[in-house]
Design a protein around this ligand. Structure first.
Ligand code: M6R
Length: 606
């Protein structure tokens, strides 16, 4: 995902900013750029592709300015290109901005600005912000930024430099992270700490609606126009710890990023006012014609697919089947010109999934890939691609990418239902309202992770686990079991809870923990019956249930509580404690959870 670094001080700003951009590369990007002020002139350099392209473009240019801002862009609005790379400028070429996030109402603003004579040079949503500032620059950059912020809706981390006021950088945040690095006669503003850690370990994390004015000597933070003080954090990490943001493992860092990944994936893809879901890359006319759906994926992506089957069938009334890539590649599935194919893959390179698609693509009506890695094979092979915006995932176990796959698939299910006339505006509005609550709820679960760590420690010596769920939570039981297997090497299986008596119950004794996903809904009593059957055979019960459930503690040995939410959205929350449980058990067993044995992040062999 995009990265930001800004510098103001006495040193060569371009060198500091390029260093910072190198440290942001891990986030994933497809172009980069830098703006700096020299005298009263604004200089700007941008390049598509790797950061080396920008570095080599600057090779023979002597830059000596001491104020600069730089960006690595991960394309959302507009393809990766020099023109779409940040920083962007206004018509005068004196105001320059970088932006992470999405301006949801950019289109209306752009139309308004075009009428007022502004000229645009990119396809991005971000560029409008430079022009909005230009509208009021006569009042000074701070006031002009404040006025511009009032006009935009969406998520942002913005950093602004004005050649007319080179003694300051202005920054603002809502939803996307920004942190100040406080040095001696020099200060930084960045998306994260590693980009300035070499120069200072003092950091100030900005909060939503904060606007910071940064100078060589200091900084001021305003929130909704009022001056506020924000605590200085003394960072204790070294460089390599910093890449993990202070977390001991990428996996825990990435679970910690699940709320952001979800938010980044849904943002800009709906308009609550009009109760509309918007997928820029999807052809609604073709989608509307589809009469049945086949979803294909492997591993964790298959669990996202399976969850979608329950959801999509319920909301759109279409017949939805799910297939494992390695199976369908050699089968003769029923695919016709009114079949929508959805392929799900984090890496976009899973060979079984690619081969499965190749086996059926000629017969399909329309195909959509849901992929995280930009430019990967699957992102290019299908009729349309919807990117999940989870950012790079380094831990071998898929965690935040699973949550963002679900984010896309929930939106897509509701979108198809609305195209088919099966979901009213009122229902869409209410579904969107629930989706918007998810990041906050996931944060609440992650805050309570110490409790899950304790449960993990208690059961880390057990050799077999069983996971159960019913209906839409059954695939989450599969996901919990897979994750445990992968990173703790403990044997685990997921089952539909109703299937227990048809076999798995033979395994129940006092040594096997049974993990139940137990939402309080119409099937709750059925789950309790299953739990009772296990208790009658001395089995161990771990339950994931609603926070308001006061009775589960009477049945379970350990209970993990999650926020109360409408039952259709339960998987989005229930997966999180199961990711954490697997993580803590793996760590307790001393396993390298980021690189468990025999597994690869991208499975490109059969
Ligand atoms: O890149 P993909 O989503 O296509 O990968 C599919 C599986 O290989 C992947 O989900 C695997 O199961 C992960 N290690 C799960 O944590």
């Amino acid at each position: 995902m995009c990265g930001i670094i800004g510098y103001i001080g006495r040193e060569n700003a371009a060198e500091r900013v390029i260093y910072g951009l190198k440290k942001l590369e891990y986030r994933g990007y497809d172009s980069s750029g830098i703006s700096l002020v020299e005298g009263s002139k604004l200089l700007r350099y941008r390049a598509k592709g790797r950061l080396e392209n920008l570095v080599s473009a600057l090779k023979n240019i002597r830059l000596h300015g001491t104020t600069a801002i730089g960006h690595t862009r991960w394309a959302t609005h507009g393809k990766p290109s020099d023109e779409n790379a940040h920083p962007h400028t206004d018509c005068t070429g004196k105001i320059t901005i970088i932006h992470n996030g999405i301006i949801e109402n950019y289109y209306e603003i752009k139309q308004m600005l075009l009428k007022r004579g502004h000229k645009f040079t990119s396809e991005t949503d971000s560029e409008i912000f430079a022009h909005l500032i230009e509208e009021n620059i006569g009042k000074g950059v701070e006031k002009a930024v404040q006025a511009a912020l009032k006009k935009i809706r969406g998520m942002y981390a913005m950093v602004i430099l004005h050649a007319g006021e080179p003694d300051k950088i202005v920054a603002a945040r809502k939803g996307s992270p920004l942190v100040l690095g406080i040095g001696k006669n020099e200060n930084f503003i960045a998306s994260d700490v590693p980009s300035f850690l070499k120069y200072t370990k003092k950091a100030v994390f900005l909060e939503d609606d904060d606007m910071a004015v940064i100078t060589k000597q200091g900084y001021t933070v305003l929130n909704n126009g009022k001056k506020v003080s924000r605590k200085i954090t003394h960072i204790k990490w070294n460089d390599s710890q910093a890449e993990k943001n202070g977390y001991p493992h990428y996996m825990l860092k990435e679970i910690g990023e699940e709320p952001q990944a979800f938010e980044d994936t849904i943002i800009g893809r709906f308009d609550s006012d009009r109760a509309k879901i918007l997928f820029e890359t999807v052809n609604d006319a073709r989608l509307r014609k589809m009469k049945n759906v086949r979803i294909i994926a492997c591993g964790t992506s298959y669990h996202a697919a399976y969850t979608t089957k329950y959801l999509m069938e319920k909301y759109s009334g279409l017949n939805v089947s799910v297939d494992i890539g390695s199976e369908i590649r050699y089968a003769a599935p029923a695919v016709t010109k009114d079949t929508l194919i959805i392929i799900i893959s984090q890496s976009g390179e899973t060979i079984d999934t690619i081969a499965a698609f190749n086996n059926i693509k000629k017969r399909a009506g329309y195909s959509i890939a849901v992929v995280n890695v930009v430019g990967s094979t699957l992102s290019r092979e299908l009729d349309s691609v919807i990117y999940t915006h989870a950012g790079p995932e380094i831990g071998v176990a898929a965690t935040k990418t699973f949550i963002s796959q679900l984010a896309v698939l929930y939106l897509l299910s509701f979108h198809i239902a609305s195209l088919k006339g099966r979901m009213s505006r009122k229902k869409i509005r209410s579904a969107l309202k629930s989706l918007r609550k998810i990041p906050g709820y996931i944060k609440e679960i992650i805050k309570e992770r110490k409790k899950i760590e304790k449960i993990g420690a208690k059961y880390s010596r057990h050799r077999d686990f069983l996971y159960y769920g019913r209906n839409i939570n059954y695939p989450i039981a599969l996901e919990g079991a897979l994750k445990l297997k992968e990173i703790s090497y403990i044997h685990a299986e997921g089952y539909p809870a109703g299937e227990m008596k048809h076999g798995p119950i033979a395994l129940v004794d006092d040594k096997v923990p049974n993990v139940f996903i137990a939402p309080v809904n119409a099937l709750y009593e059925k789950i309790i019956n299953n739990i009772e059957e296990i208790r009658a055979r001395d089995g161990i019960i771990i339950a994931v249930t609603n926070r308001s459930n006061k009775t589960m503690k009477n049945y379970a040995d350990d209970v993990i509580y999650i926020p109360d939410i409408d039952e259709d959205f339960y998987p989005l929350l229930a997966a999180v404690p199961l990711h954490l449980l697997a993580y803590y058990i793996g760590v307790k067993k001393g396993i390298d959870v980021d690189k468990p044995r025999n597994l690869a992040k991208s499975v490109t062999v059969e």
